[in-house]
Design a protein. Structure first.
Length: 175
């Protein structure tokens, strides 16, 4: 799935596209996290400032010049996931860099967290895991842009997310 498919599926996204690449220091992020991130996320982050869908779902996207902050926030969320695991509340999910560990890419204003499951060495093959506020952990076998496009088009069920999200004509804002 590509960014262009998401742009065709998500009304209003294109009006937020920046005219030139944002020039994020991906090498710095990769060093800080210990891994590359999926190419669709890199492409999305280079084309858009951090996005919020329907005033509900925020995408964790780096800001140029603030790559260390992005890494720090990501590591903090991973520490929270480790705490959940220690309390037997992560349903067997583990934080990255453990094998098959999760890396966060989004959250909701109701406490839902969205992650990549890091299976294998190719980030473009990682899947999406939703940690719902109601303690469900569904997994989607595709990329971040496939997941978002599917949520918007209705072809992917919003498992783990509140009923009614996304709305029929989602509004996009930037952080």
């Amino acid at each position: 799935m590509s960014l262009s498919h998401l742009e065709r599926t998500l009304p209003g996204l294109l009006e937020h596209r920046v005219p030139v690449r944002r020039n994020i220091d991906w090498a710095r992020i990769e060093r800080g996290l210990g891994t590359r991130l999926p190419s669709d996320f890199v492409e999305l982050s280079e084309a858009y400032a951090p996005l919020i869908i329907d005033d509900f779902l925020a995408l964790h996207m780096p800001v140029p010049g603030e790559e260390d902050k992005f890494v720090s926030v990501t590591q903090g969320i991973l520490e929270n996931l480790a705490s959940l695991r220690e309390s037997d509340m992560s349903h067997g999910h583990v934080p990255f860099p453990e094998k098959g560990g999760l890396i966060p890419w989004g959250d909701s204003d109701e406490g839902d967290m969205l992650y990549w499951r890091t299976r294998g060495d190719n980030p473009d093959e990682w899947t999406v895991v939703v940690s719902g506020a109601w303690d469900d952990w569904p997994e989607f076998p595709g990329s971040l842009t496939e997941y978002l496009a599917g949520l918007i088009s209705g072809t992917v069920p919003a498992e783990g997310l509140p009923q009614g999200f996304p709305g029929p004509d989602p509004v996009i804002t930037t952080d």
